[in-house]
Design a protein around this ligand. Structure first.
Ligand SMILES: NC(=O)C1=CN([C@@H]2O[C@H](COP(=O)(O)OP(=O)(O)OC[C@H]3O[C@@H](n4cnc5c(N)ncnc54)[C@H](O)[C@@H]3O)[C@@H](O)[C@H]2O)C=CC1
Ligand SMILES: O=C(OP(=O)(O)O)[C@H](O)COP(=O)(O)O
Length: 335
């Protein structure tokens, strides 16, 4: 029996999670929702079957000639789990609907941690989500940090982590908001929320983060410094990153001089140029005066997709961490 998955909010994350679910043999998409009868709604209706996220909007879809199969309540009746991909903070408002329907739910990183029983990142804390009903997959920047720190935590005693995030201002589809010319401290009052978020999945890591928005839509960039006791072998770190499918190493020598070049590579590599992996610059990994330095880029639209699939498997106890990650990697082409 396949786990029946509903996607509430067929936007940037929702459409990618729906496609990833449909590639698995142990789960299936039973429908997706939209609030407005736009082109994404039409595509969702054709691909997966569309339901109105807001019940009194059914007529608006019908008037636009988009087939709508019912409301979110109808969809939840068919589902074992809902992946809430609505805009930040809206997931918490949707939660009572899920509780009433008696379905499990996954929330995204735009929600506060307390919306769920546990926050989740596959490498950091897969086992914490096993059998749970409400799980939050942490945000894109947090997922990027949690992956590298999980690997380093298994190798060394981490004393202190300091990370600066240069954040893409909006996703490529946005035309109503953005930053045309400037660099925006976000937040102005430091530190940023990402460190507290990392601690929801890696509670023992001493970390402080800062963040700034810049006028690009391509990727986020992280400059990470990790204070480590004792000797660190840069070669060991590189080979461990090389072994981990969710990390991809890029080299300046090969022409990867910026996020623009990484995206140019990804355009050839995957549908929607989705880079599910952390893009770590090989040459950036170096150890100096007790600190390990790493620079990485994160494709914000894609990175949390494999984690959503693993979270479903953990919540239904379909597989252990290794088995789930392996299966997710294989089906999404994460080599
Ligand atoms: N875009 C990104 O870079 C990332 C976003 N996230 C998180 O994922 C979540 C979704 O973000 P995006 O996909 O970027 O947003 P989005 O704006 O692209 O998509 C949100 C979708 O939710 C729908 N929606 C609006 N109100 C709704 C409601 N009341 N109930 C159900 N659906 C509703 C909208 O029609 C839209 O299709 C947020 O929590 C965000 O913080 C996490 C990682 C990366
Ligand atoms: O999860 C994300 O960022 P975050 O890790 O900085 O919270 C996504 O890039 C969403 O960011 P946005 O809130 O600027 O759209």
């Amino acid at each position: 029996m396949k786990v029946k998955v509903a996607i509430n909010g067929y936007g940037t994350i929702g459409k990618r999670v729906a496609d990833a679910v449909s590639l698995q043999d142990d789960m299936e998409v039973v429908g997706v929702t939209k609030t407005k009868p736009d082109f994404e709604a039409r595509m969702g209706a054709e691909k997966y079957g569309l339901y109105a996220a807001i019940p009194d909007r059914v007529k608006a879809f019908e008037d636009a000639g988009i087939e709508v199969k019912g409301t979110i309540e109808d969809l939840l009746e068919k589902a074992d789990i809902v992946v809430d991909c609505s805009p930040g903070k809206v997931g918490a408002e949707n939660k009572p609907l899920y509780e009433k329907a008696g379905v499990k739910a996954i929330f995204q990183g735009g929600e506060k941690a307390h919306v769920a029983e546990v926050s989740f990142s596959s490498l950091a804390n897969y086992d914490d989500a096993v059998g749970k009903s409400f799980v939050r997959v942490v945000s894109c920047n947090t997922t990027g940090l949690a992956r590298v720190l999980s690997i380093l935590r298994d190798m060394y005693e981490l004393r202190k982590v300091r990370a600066t995030m240069i954040r893409r201002v909006v996703d490529p589809k946005e035309d109503k908001k953005g930053l045309v010319n400037g660099i925006m401290p976000d937040p102005v009052k430091l530190p940023s929320h990402h460190a507290e978020d990392v601690k929801t999945v890696l509670p023992d890591v001493n970390i402080v983060t800062t963040a700034f928005k810049v006028p690009t839509t391509l990727m986020h960039l992280h400059s990470i410094a990790v204070e480590i006791d004792g000797n660190v072998s840069v070669d060991d770190v590189i080979s461990r990153f090389d072994e981990e499918p969710r990390i991809m190493l890029f080299s300046k020598e090969e022409g990867f001089t910026s996020t623009a070049k990484i995206i140019e590579f990804a355009r050839e590599y995957r549908l929607r140029y989705d880079l599910f992996e952390n893009a770590v610059w090989r040459e950036s990994i170096n150890f100096h005066d007790g600190e390990l330095y790493i620079t990485q880029a994160i494709h914000q639209e894609a990175i949390v997709v494999p984690e959503n699939i693993d979270a479903i498997r953990a919540m239904f106890e379909l597989a252990d961490k290794q088995e789930s990650m392996k299966k997710t990697n294989r089906t999404l082409g994460i080599a």
